[in-house]
Design a protein around this ligand. Structure first.
Ligand code: AMP
Length: 364
């Protein structure tokens, strides 16, 4: 396509501090959110005749970390196809050559709100358990593809008013550094599991911890472990759940163990104290049972020692959740990830750019 034709295909508009340059098929752009990766707008797609969400990745090639994340996100979004994971409808860039390649726009299904907004609401047990069920289905599907998220949080989970739910991103790459701030954007760490906070090895049920924190927050309407940093966050964990046992401490590396051992000892509180009946939806005859089931699930998810924490499959079978169990959703065939070495690979920004460019459906 020649340059003039190309220019006719796109138009630009300012969205906050950013400029969106999008294909003309996308009309009526309105900002709906922003995250570490960029700004998201809703839009109307004149070709598909539906509303969509368009995310502009902010400076995806500013450094290796961003470049790898952009590429990883794109590869995974392209091949994962599950109703509880956000689907990719289109990818484009307004730049016409690899040399000029700068911006990546991801077009996704549009949802109504993120989970932060839902947390403010008083949900009944039906909705609460259905949201949890869908989170677990999405997580199980990612795990089946070998993707362990490790960074699930309410801002990365979106819902529709019919209570359907989708996970927006694919979390931390296996080799990603989780500790130091890598962007000026404040990273939310409240939902990260002890094994991530303490830099231990992890298994699939690392994601169960995050679901537990999210469920707790939906019940309490307050962040469960709000730490200013990892140290403060660890304090919040042990103050409420109690100092973990000696066999957990033995799994820590020496310097972390010394730190953890030198914290004051806490007995923690029972789950009845942490989540009393009044916090749960009231009014039906079944309530008692439902509240005690939800609390039981919380007590099995919020276990510091991952080897004693419930697994995703067990959680899906839990009485609070299994009312929704549908094998077609839970046991959907895992996606095939063509690029198996993705997480381990390191490239220069230019190399990542080249790989991302070839994946972006460029209208050249
Ligand atoms: P992200 O940059 O992916 O972290 O998204 C930032 C925010 O934009 C989310 O917390 C949502 O509020 C909103 N958002 C992102 N994608 C969508 C979508 N597909 N539908 C509705 N809202 C979205």
């Amino acid at each position: 396509m020649n340059k003039n034709k190309r220019e006719r295909e796109f138009y630009s508009l300012d969205v906050g501090d950013s400029t969106f340059t999008v294909l003309k098929r996308y009309q009526n752009l309105r900002p709906i959110g922003s995250g570490a990766q960029g700004i998201v707008c809703s839009a109307y797609d004149q070709i598909l005749e539906r509303n969509v969400a368009i995310k502009k990745l902010s400076r995806p090639f500013q450094n290796q970390t961003h470049a790898k994340r952009a590429y990883r996100e794109l590869v995974l979004m392209k091949c994962v196809n599950h109703k509880n994971i956000i689907g990719l409808l289109n990818v484009f860039t307004p730049q016409k050559s690899l040399e000029e390649f700068q911006d990546v726009y991801l077009v996704m299904e549009l949802m109504d709100a993120n989970l932060c907004q839902v947390i403010q609401m008083e949900l009944d047990h039906e909705r609460l358990s259905y949201l949890l069920y869908q989170m677990l289905c999405g997580i199980k599907h990612l795990h089946a593809a070998g993707i362990i998220h490790r960074d699930l949080k309410p801002s990365n989970i979106v819902v529709k008013s019919d209570c359907t739910l989708k996970i927006l991103d694919f979390g931390l790459a296996r080799t990603a550094a989780t500790g130091l701030l890598m962007t000026p954007y404040v990273v939310t760490r409240y939902y990260r599991a002890p094994e991530v906070i303490l830099g231990m090895g992890y298994q699939a049920n690392v994601d169960i911890w995050s679901v537990g924190c999210i469920l707790a927050e939906m019940v309490r309407h307050k962040i469960l472990f709000p730490g200013r940093d990892y140290i403060d966050q660890w304090n919040k964990v042990i103050e409420q759940l109690g100092t973990p046992s000696q066999d957990f401490l033995m799994k820590l590396n020496q310097s972390v163990r010394t730190y953890v051992e030198n914290r004051p000892r806490y007995a923690g509180y029972s789950f009845e104290k942490l989540f009393p009946d009044v916090l749960f939806p009231a009014d039906s005859d079944h309530n008692k049972l439902k509240a005690s089931q939800a609390r039981d699930l919380l007590s099995k998810m919020l276990v510091i020692d991952a080897s004693k924490r419930i697994s995703v499959d067990e959680a899906l079978q839990h009485p609070y959740i299994n009312v929704w169990y549908d094998p077609a959703e839970v046991e959907a065939p895992p996606p095939k990830i063509p690029d198996k070495t993705l997480d381990e690979r390191d490239h220069t920004v230019e190399e990542w750019k080249g790989e991302t460019h070839s994946l972006s459906k460029l209208e050249t």
